[in-house]
Design a protein around this ligand. Structure first.
Ligand code: ADQ
Length: 492
């Protein structure tokens, strides 16, 4: 039985929804601490102080204090701002030379050269802040490579620090393809930790791999879905670090993300032109007309509209989608894609749009409002990912009665129940294909089109099945609490 002891949890994240966001990590970094807080735990978030966070500070009461951190022969003077995300306190690390930039990790084209020192500093600062607050955490919950150095620092240079005597670390993998690999020489204070590094933490050419450092030193590791955790233990799915995952397999699990239905519910979403729910889908037609009008597509209720909201990156399966769409757009269909990221993909999408201007609209950019409009206004949602640690947008599309068309990998496999090959719906919530081939995706698109055109009742059942499904953060938070408790030292 899981103990009901309330825990002190320090949650480290480099993006948090409502403060600064580039993708799904931010959604989780808001929703999970809030859900843990509702369960009675004392959670504090630490995140960098980007200009976007500054905007938010204007609305919030904040504490403000200055700290000094000596790293090698560099002395960092930085501020901490405190704000609140609902009931959760957030401590934001204000060091302008590192964080006062418009992009979080890149300038829109290239990753910042100094990301290694930025996030190594951030991890160290978080460990200092928790001491200055006298908040001795039971758990430090780290997320992805950006904060993976925190367990490494704790296990090595802070190993004798009594303040952290009872602290245990969890590293959550939202995306293990990004590992944070840097020339060691690019980190000006690397002398401070070089003696603790071995070849296991490194890549060829004197490069440090932050994720490896975290994977080797965190007390436990988890991936954001059970299927992604299983894939990471296979040669194909391990992002080239299979031996490390195998080495830690006893401490490794998968916990499925939740969906934040406070923000993503078509019955209450203030961004929608018309509300609707599972029992009355009438408002969805209005949302579709509104989206068509907004993006400049012909307002045709009977033409199925396929939507996509995504970071533009290889992970999301654009190399399958683009050739499949090239042929699919010959049909009477509409497609709306909202995305930001790699320029080459944006160029390819623009080129396809130029070929089918009345059918395909690509909007480059990142706007939460339009993401909601697409989820509500589309008939189907596209997510043909190459790999997908969990995926949140398919959960949103299920909630919005927009059946997802996904590849059966990672969290997509764990969240979408496939329409059977014979077309029967039963308890299905979306369309799922396996082979990473454009033709496999095209087949599925054609099936989805046929269902929409020829079997409106079955299509409606598919929509309603998805809308009835719930991925509650409370459940996810309880799973994390069980894992935290497994990690604790026995009571003294
Ligand atoms: N152009 C755009 N405009 C507006 N909003 C946009 C947008 N592009 C993306 N978003 C938003 O960013 C979030 C994306 O979340 P996902 O989980 O689907 O993918 P991501 O790959 O970023 O996350 C990674 O971390 C999460 C969290 O663990 C995992 O679910 C996932 O599999 C993993 O790849 C959603 O809230 C979506 O609406």
């Amino acid at each position: 039985m899981v103990s009901d002891r309330k825990l002190k949890i320090l949650f480290l994240a480099t993006e948090v929804e409502d403060l600064a966001k580039t993708g799904g990590l931010a959604d989780v970094a808001k929703a999970l601490p809030q859900a843990l807080t509702r369960l009675g735990h004392d959670v504090r978030i630490v995140c960098p102080f980007y200009p976007q966070v500054q905007e938010r500070l204007k609305e919030d009461n904040h504490l403000h204090s200055e700290l000094s951190l000596q790293l090698g022969n560099l002395q960092y003077l930085y501020n901490i701002h405190q704000l609140h995300l609902g009931d959760v306190p957030v401590y934001s690390v204000d060091y302008p030379p590192y964080f006062s930039r418009q992009g979080l990790y890149d300038n829109g084209y290239h990753a910042y050269q100094d990301n290694g020192e930025r996030f190594a500093f951030f991890s160290m600062a978080a460990l200092q802040i928790t001491q200055s607050l006298d908040f001795a955490p039971d758990i430090i919950h780290c997320n992805d490579w950006h904060t993976a150095m925190a367990p490494f620092f704790l296990r090595n240079e802070l190993a004798d620090n009594q303040f952290f005597y009872r602290t245990r670390t969890l590293l959550t993998l939202h995306n293990a393809a990004y590992q944070g690999v840097f020339d060691l020489d690019s980190i000006p204070f690397h002398q401070r930790f070089i003696s603790a590094l071995s070849s296991d933490h490194m890549e060829q050419g004197n490069k440090i791999n932050f994720l490896k450092c975290g994977l080797l030193t965190a007390d436990k590791i988890n991936a954001v879905s059970p299927s992604y955790a299983a894939e990471l233990l296979t040669p194909l799915g391990s992002h080239h670090i299979l031996s490390l995952f195998q080495h830690r397999h006893r401490d490794f699990s998968g916990i499925l993300n939740g969906c934040n239905y406070d923000d993503w519910n078509p019955a209450t979403d203030p961004l929608l032109p018309k509300a609707y729910d599972q029992h009355n889908l009438a408002g969805k037609a209005e949302c579709k007309a509104h989206l068509q009008q907004y993006v400049g597509l012909p307002e045709q209720a009977d033409t199925p509209l396929f939507g996509m909201v995504s970071r533009l990156t290889g992970q999301k399966g654009f190399h399958l989608l683009l050739p499949a769409l090239q042929r699919f757009l010959e049909q009477n269909v509409q497609v709306v894609i909202i995305g930001s990221g790699e320029q080459e993909l944006a160029d390819n999408l623009r080129a396809l749009e130029a070929q089918y201007p009345d059918k395909l609209i690509f909007r480059e950019g990142y706007t939460s409002k339009i993401a909601h409009w697409v989820q509500a206004g589309a008939d189907y949602f596209l997510m043909p990912s190459l790999f997908e640690p969990c995926g949140l947008t398919q959960m949103y599309s299920l909630a919005y009665g927009t059946p997802p068309i996904v590849r059966g990998v990672g969290g997509l496999k764990d969240t979408v129940k496939p329409v059977k090959p014979n077309g029967s719906i039963d308890d299905a919530t979306g369309f799922v294909f396996s082979h990473p081939e454009p033709d496999a995706l095209l087949d599925l698109l054609m099936q989805a089109l046929t269902l929409f055109n020829d079997a409106p009742e079955a299509f409606k059942q598919l929509q309603q099945n998805g809308m009835a499904y719930r991925f509650c953060w409370e459940e996810t938070a309880k799973n994390y609490v069980s894992l935290y408790h497994e990690m604790l030292l026995p009571a003294a």
